[in-house]
Design a protein around this ligand. Structure first.
Ligand code: ATP
Length: 662
């Protein structure tokens, strides 16, 4: 039962990406297809990596009634889903395609000329060696050389087109992925992403290669030779292709098996990439818990068992393709021989025409065999394209549709009745399903605010909404009175210096990490930021100082050092709003105190949000927000909350008594 990928919902109808045969059984819900074709069918939804898939039950009796119709529908479906979308990339190489067409025509024309020359050769047999034979041989040699030259130029052009195509597809894909929202990265398997950017792109390139190098020329060759043969003897030509509908039907069946196993194989390859990247990233954890055997004999073994089963299925059906074509070829030749014996006996076919016709069969069958042996490459590429297209075309949850680029921002921040849930469903009926519920508070510019609350109460999520890593389901967040959604995403993010909990670093130097994304680095600002973040001392002790290579993910630095680089990075951008999410949790008490006092200087005239578990670190803030299960239970200045003697005081007491135990 094939699956169909959901494109979008409109009202109660779902738009899916594939066309179906029109004879699908009526079982309830309606699926509306692209081009507004409505097909009632049984629909079952299942959530899988954030993408919903539909399965349908069709009326198999009606569907199998017309194999040729199903074959051509399959071709149309493939054209709509794959080729019409790849062609815009190829359209960039107009001049190359033009020369490619010319060379293809030359190579085909020389081939047809060779085929037709074989007829004249039969008339020279038995006349001995004479000048006509010499001219004939020279002509044959000329057409062979011409065809070889055309094929060489063809290959050179194709190689150029494929390389350029691969480069532009990789660039496009990487650029789209760089702009995808956080939700996408949480929901998508990292291995599948790596697979799409590497192997899947290669498979799509191979598809294009097969198409330009083998498929199209073979199809043209087949058509040209076929027309020529039809012109020579229509009865013989029809007897030759009499078995073709049956051959197409069997071929279509084999293709479906190939399609299914190719899909499963590519999914397994994604899971394998994911396991490998996860293993290598956490190798120390695995080694320290002695989990190598478990990884090898359980995790990897499961994937490899699946891989083996799918591989066998794939290879067996692949191996069957060429023999099927060959069997039909043999049957066709047999039918042809019978027909030619009949026609020659009746005197309606000359032996010269018969010889030319029989010699031409090889040129008709050869492209069919090439098409068949390339079918696997095409199928692989089509499936890979579906994966790549998903990442190229999917709509981001956070859209960069705002146009405002506010200047001279002061930093007033207002949360106005904000509700949020990580679930994509917009219509949450039960209030308790919200992760953040009716969050409302106002922070004047230049004020520091502490967000406190138990683990999991939604503090980080609240700050991520401010930077628009996600959008609220309802309500809005305003900076200087402007809704963040109306600002250009890049302008908004420039206003905010975000220091996340886990202090992420990219592979490269310390300098690159502090001045992340800058082409022209201001060294004075780098020194200032490193000094304020209390990082200058340890950086100067490292080999190469600011040029020290931090390793993948900053693995060559300690947790505290990474956190200081992360703080320096936020200070370097000189933002109006600073957000520290447990930014000093990995530091020792002395370093934390040093950074706290330096930050008080940096925080002057900026709006600062601080998430901290250790309440001792937020003594100097102007405002405190106390969150509990996604709701604000207290909001005010520290002295107001102390007077209130509520949750804040309770938390202070708990921490104080915990500290005094030690
Ligand atoms: N990407 C995500 N998808 C789904 N749920 C998430 C995601 N990120 C966080 N959550 C859930 O949202 C809730 C709030 O998480 P959040 O990180 O905002 O809490 P927090 O108050 O910052 O916790 P902590 O103090 O432990 O850092 C948690 O229950 C968490 O499991």
């Amino acid at each position: 039962m094939p699956n169909f990928r959901l494109l979008e919902y409109v009202g109660k109808e779902a738009f899916v990406s594939l066309l179906l045969p029109p004879n699908v059984g009526k079982r309830g819900a309606t699926v509306t297809f692209k081009r507004n074709r409505k097909i009632p069918c049984k629909v079952c939804c299942c959530q899988k990596r954030g993408v919903e898939t539909f399965s349908y039950e069709k009326n198999s009796k009606a569907a199998s009634s017309n194999v040729m119709k199903s074959f051509f529908l399959n071709v149309k479906e493939r054209y709509v889903n794959v080729y019409s979308q790849i062609f815009p990339y190829v359209a960039n190489f107009r001049s190359e395609i033009f020369f490619l067409s010319i060379t293809t025509v030359i190579s085909l024309a020389s081939l047809l000329r060779l085929v037709s020359s074989l007829g004249s050769f039969s008339s020279m047999i038995g006349k001995g060696f004479h000048s006509e034979l010499l001219v004939f041989s020279a002509r044959i040699l000329f057409f062979i050389l011409l065809r070889c030259f055309a094929l060489f130029v063809q290959d050179a052009i194709i190689a150029r087109v494929i390389t350029e195509f691969q480069v532009s597809l990789r660039k496009d894909l990487f650029s789209r992925l760089l702009h995808r929202d956080s939700a996408f990265y949480y929901e998508t398997n990292c291995g599948s992403l790596l697979y799409s950017c590497t192997s899947a792109v290669e498979k799509v390139s191979k598809l294009l290669y097969s198409l330009l190098h083998s498929f199209i020329p073979s199809f043209l060759q087949f058509s040209g030779v076929f027309v020529y043969m039809l012109f020579m003897s229509p009865p013989l030509t029809f007897s030759l292709i009499a078995t073709m509908p049956l051959m197409l039907a069997i071929y279509n069946l084999l293709e479906r098996v190939l399609l299914h196993s190719t899909k499963r194989l590519q999914e397994t390859a994604g899971t394998l990439s994911s396991l490998l990247s996860d293993t290598f990233r956490n190798i120390r954890l695995i080694q320290s818990y002695g989990a190598q055997k478990y990884m090898l004999e359980y995790k990897l073994k499961n994937i490899l068992t699946q891989f083996k089963a799918q591989s066998y299925r794939f290879e067996y059906s692949k191996a069957a393709v060429v023999p099927v074509i060959t069997i039909f070829y043999a049957i066709s030749v047999l039918v042809l021989l019978l027909m030619s014996a009949y026609l020659v006996g009746r005197g309606s076919l000359s032996s010269t025409t018969l010889l030319t016709f029989v010699s031409s069969i090889a040129f008709l069958i050869e492209p069919l065999q090439v098409i068949a042996s390339n079918a696997v490459e095409l199928r692989n590429g089509e499936i890979a394209w579906e994966l790549v297209r998903e990442y190229l075309q999917a709509k981001p949850r956070v859209e960069d549709a705002g146009t405002e680029e506010p200047q001279n921002v002061k930093g007033h921040v207002e949360f106005r009745d904000v509700c949020f849930s990580y679930s994509v469903e917009k219509s949450i009926s039960n209030e308790t399903d919200y992760l953040l519920s009716h969050i409302q508070f106002y922070v004047p510019a230049g004020t520091s605010v502490a967000i406190i609350g138990h683990s999991g109460s939604g503090k980080t999520t609240l700050l991520e909404l401010l930077s628009r890593f996600y959008d609220p389901l309802s309500g809005s967040i305003l900076i200087d009175g402007i809704d963040c959604r109306n600002m250009k995403l890049a302008s908004l993010r420039k206003l905010i210096g975000f220091v996340p909990q886990e202090a992420p670093l990219i592979s490269g130097t310390i300098l690159e990490n502090i001045a992340l994304g800058e082409f022209h680095i201001d060294m004075n600002r780098v020194y200032y930021a490193a000094k304020v973040a209390n990082a200058l001392e340890f950086i100067s002790e490292l080999e190469g100082g600011f040029s020290y290579d931090v390793g993948e993910g900053g693995c060559r630095l300690s947790g505290g050092q990474k956190q200081r680089i992360s703080i320096a990075r936020a200070i370097y951008t000189d933002p109006r709003i600073l957000v520290f999410d447990e930014a000093t949790s990995s530091l020792d008490a002395e370093s934390e105190a040093a950074i706290q006092s330096a930050l008080q200087v940096v925080a002057r005239n900026r709006t600062v949000f601080i998430v901290a578990h250790r309440l001792s670190t937020i003594q100097a803030v102007d405002l405190i927000v106390v969150l509990e299960r996604g709701r604000i239970v207290e909001f005010g200045t520290p002295s107001e909350l102390l007077k209130k003697n509520g949750r804040y005081v309770e938390m202070l007491r708990t921490q104080f008594s915990e500290a005094s135990v030690f």
